[in-house]
Design a binder for this molecule. Sequence first.
Ligand SMILES: Cc1cc2nc3c(=O)[nH]c(=O)nc-3n(C[C@H](O)[C@H](O)[C@H](O)COP(=O)(O)O)c2cc1C
Length: 178
Amino acid sequence: MENFSELIKKRRSMRKFTGEELSQEEVVALLKAALMAPTSKRSNSWQFIAVDDKKLLGELSHCKEQASAFIADAALAIVVTADPLASDVWIEDASIASIMIQLQAEDLGLGSCWVQVRERYTAAGMPSDEFVRGVLDIPLQLQVLSIIAIGHKGMERKPFNEDNLQWEKIHINKFGGK
Ligand SMILES: Cc1cc2nc3c(=O)[nH]c(=O)nc-3n(C[C@H](O)[C@H](O)[C@H](O)COP(=O)(O)O)c2cc1C
């Protein structure tokens, strides 16, 4: 593993992928990261669908009106779902798992991008979660939070520029405290 500070600086959203497949070890590492994510009361309210079928990836790329087309070129899409009846904080559980997958991807030298599904719509105005549920036969009790598109990086992205850190958003002891 590389230095964590470098890892979080290097992780940038990747929306362009080469056609190279992932190794089985890489896929397992990504899924382990998802399953090791912390959850409230260890409820593990999530369920993950790992999609590598090109036809399904193509269908999922239409899950939103915009900013989801690149799913079609990903080697793998991990669809992050959770059961609201299993946890009242399923959104937090699923969000944390999503970023854990992204950080593991970066550690493997892979690119990834979060595609928001919850509260989003297709070009035809259908709720994105309903669309994804239909494509992948996801049971009704599960909500779809995100799709993490993963693949070998198809372009260079600059690491986060620390000069752009919004230190004014940090308050010491009391709001407004410096
Ligand atoms: C909750 C959330 C939803 C996002 N949804 C999308 C999305 O639907 N499509 C997309 O291309 N990027 C999406 N992103 C990626 C953001 O656009 C990206 O993280 C942000 O612009 C900062 O860029 P960076 O990740 O390269 O640092 C999402 C990120 C988060 C955290």
